[in-house]
Design a protein. Sequence first.
Length: 277
Amino acid sequence: MTAASTSLPRRSAPRRRRPPNWFQRRERLVYAVAGLVIFATFWEVGSRVGFINELFFSRPSAIVRAGFEEIQLPRFWVDFKASAAAFGVGYVIAIVSAIPLGLAAGWYRRLQYTLDPWLNFLNSLPRVALLPILIIWFGLGLESKVAVVFLGAFFSIIIPTIQGVKTTDRRLLDVASSFGASRARVFLTVVGPATVPFIITGLRLGVARALIGVVTGELFAASSGLGVMISRASASFQTDRLLFGVLIFTFAGILGVEAIRRVENYFQRWRPAKQGA
């Protein structure tokens, strides 16, 4: 055999991936904005040609005009601050109480057995049904709205947290134990990081449930807030002001979920990137 026939084939040099261009870096944002623009255009044109009845569903330009007029009123900022305070206080209390309790219930089996009946019962109970009791307990002020927001967000956070602890990879726990790690060390270095995606999911769900709690509390048991503004606009058939208030809650939910997604990306930088991502 000749030397040429026995020589190994040369390996081709790996291709260098081109850095992403402007569109690739902002692809998600571009498609999201394009979808919103197309929807708003169809909505505006449909309202102007009579395809959509403006009495029940005002067009985007009218909503923008009504919103611009509304934000110039001092009453709007009083309502905005009342809703923001109810959401912020109730959501923070839910996070501070649900995450530690969920981690403990997932880690300690007897504690989970004790909490399971109450979690299932209270999570299945409609929040609206509790409003009369909450009004009797806390009145029509901030406290009753905070209670509704807390009940909406608490169960959305604690249940995924418990599941995250319970579904931790058993092999990782066995490896940590075989190296002599203490129980507290295993919990902090293995169970905690493995539960982060479940906690993030609960926080995302909690944002939506908390906003629903704000609206529900203000529609039925409040004297100030954006929900009260929506109720007044609905009573006078001002659909432009009504939809402006609804869009405030919608954008608040979008911004909240996006903020939580950025926090998730920060805590999961150690995860390997997917092929083709």
